[in-house]
Ligand binder design. Structure first.
Ligand SMILES: *Cc1c(COP(=O)(O)O)cnc(C)c1O
Length: 348
C-alpha cells in the first residue's frame, strides 16, 4: 500500500505527561490540553492514555470537542472549554457536564441565565489580549461570580516559550493581583509556564504541546514517527530537472525516489528543496517541489532504494521541520492530514 504510516507512541505521551506533572509540586494538579483532536494525533487514544497516566482534568477549545471527549472518557474526568459559553451551547454543556471558561461579561450573563446551577470557570486576560475578561470587567463581576463558586480562575501567558521575556513576570503579577486570596483554584501555566517554575504553577497547570513532544519542552520524548512509502525510483542525468516548475537541477547522476505524501498531508509546500528525509541513519535531501500527494527525494547515497523514507523519527522531530519554514511544531502537528494510517504503539 502507498498510504504513509503515522506512528504515535502512547508510552512517550504518558511519559511526557508524568514528567510535566513531576515538574510541579504534588499539590498542583496537572491537566491535559487535548484540543484540535489531541493536537492532530487522535483524541480517543490520546485522551484515554493521558487518563490512564493520571490526568483528571482535560481542556478543549470547543464545546463540541468536549462532547466527543465525554463520550471517550465517560463520566469521571473534568472537561473544561476554553471558548467558554457560546450562544446555543447550553444543551451541549449541560448534557456532557462540560465546564465553560467564561471569557466575558456577556458569556457570564448567558451562563447564569441558561444554567444557573452549572459549574463554570473564568478566564481573565492578564495582557495577551486574546481571550478572557479584562481586569476591569472581572472587577465588575467578581462579586456576582465568586459566591457561585467558580471551578477555576485562569489566564494565559503570551511569551512563556521565552523564559527571559519580561512579559512573563508582568502577566504573573497581574494575575496574582486579580485572583489573590479569593479561595478559588487558579491556573496560569501551559507547557511553557510549567517550565518557568513554581511561581507560575498555582493550583493547576494545563500543558498541551509538551505532551506531544514539542518545544518548549526540550526534554520531551518524541511522540510521532512518519514513514512514507517509495512508489517509484529513477536515474536522472546531470542537467535534468525535477518536479513542477523545474526548481531543482541534477548536478550529478542522481537516483531519485518518489514517495507517497505531499502538501495535502500537511507536508508544507514551503519545504520544497529544503527538508531532509531519512533512510535509517542516512539523510536524503528532498529535491524539487512538494506536490499534493508526492515528494521527490535524492537517494543517490544509499546502497539501494528503501521501501520507505521517514520524515519524523529519531533524527528529526516536528520542531526541526517547523524551523525550516519559520513556523512552530504546533502548526506542523495539527496540520498533519487525515490520510495517514495512524498506528498507535504502547497501548491505550
Ligand atoms: C492551547 C492552550 C493551552 C496549551 O498550551 P501549550 O502551549 O500547547 O502547552 C493552554 N491554555 C490555553 C488557554 C490554550 O489555548
Amino acid at each position: 500500500m502507498a498510504t504513509p504510516t503515522l506512528t504515535i507512541d502512547l508510552d512517550a505521551l504518558r511519559a511526557n505527561w508524568r514528567a510535566l506533572d513531576t515538574a510541579s509540586g504534588p499539590e498542583v494538579r496537572t491537566a491535559a490540553t487535548v484540543k484540535a483532536d489531541g493536537y492532530g494525533l487522535g483524541i480517543g487514544p490520546v485522551a484515554r492514555s493521558l487518563a490512564e497516566a493520571g490526568a483528571r482534568q482535560f481542556f478543549v477549545a470547543l464545546a463540541e470537542e468536549g462532547a466527543a471527549l465525554r463520550e471517550i472518557l465517560g463520566p469521571g474526568p473534568e472537561i473544561a472549554v476554553y471558548s467558554g459559553h457560546m450562544p446555543g451551547d447550553a444543551e451541549i454543556i449541560a448534557g456532557n457536564g462540560l465546564i465553560p471558561m467564561l471569557n466575558s461579561v456577556e458569556q457570564l450573563t448567558r451562563h447564569f441565565e441558561a444554567l444557573p446551577d452549572h459549574r463554570f470557570g473564568i478566564q481573565i486576560d492578564s495582557g495577551m489580549n486574546r481571550l478572557g475578561m479584562e481586569p476591569a470587567e472581572w472587577a465588575a463581576v467578581a462579586e456576582l461570580a465568586l459566591p457561585r463558586g467558580p471551578w477555576l480562575l485562569q489566564s494565559h501567558l503570551a511569551c512563556a516559550d521565552e523564559p527571559a521575556h519580561a512579559m512573563n513576570e508582568r502577566q504573573r503579577e497581574v494575575f496574582e493581583q486579580l485572583t489573590e486570596g479569593l479561595g478559588v483554584p487558579r491556573s496560569l501555566a501551559a507547557t511553557g509556564g510549567v517550565l518557568l517554575g513554581a511561581a507560575y504553577h498555582f493550583e493547576m497547570t494545563r500543558p498541551g504541546i509538551g505532551l506531544y513532544g514539542g518545544a518548549p519542552f526540550a526534554e520531551a520524548r518524541p511522540v510521532i514517527g512518519l514513514s512514507i512509502p517509495v512508489i517509484q525510483s529513477r536515474e536522472v542525468e546531470p542537467g535534468e530537472t525535477v518536479g513542477y516548475g523545474n526548481t531543482w537541477t541534477a548536478q550529478r547522476a542522481t537516483r531519485l525516489a518518489t514517495i507517497a505524501a505531499g502538501y495535502a498531508d500537511g507536508i508544507h509546500r514551503a519545504l520544497s528543496n529544503r527538508a531532509t528525509l531519512w533512510a535509517g541513519d542516512t539523510p536524503c535531501p528532498l529535491v524539487g517541489r512538494v506536490s499534493m500527494d508526492l515528494i521527490t527525494v535524492d537517494v543517490t547515497d544509499l546502497d539501494e532504494v528503501p521501501e520507505a523514507l521517514d520524515l519524523f523519527g529519531l533524527h528529526q522531530g516536528v520542531d526541526d521541520v517547523a524551523d525550516l519554514i519559520e513556523t512552530i511544531g504546533y502548526e506542523v502537528l495539527t496540520g498533519l492530514g487525515a490520510r495517514y494510517a495512524r498506528r498507535y504503539v504502547g497501548g491505550a
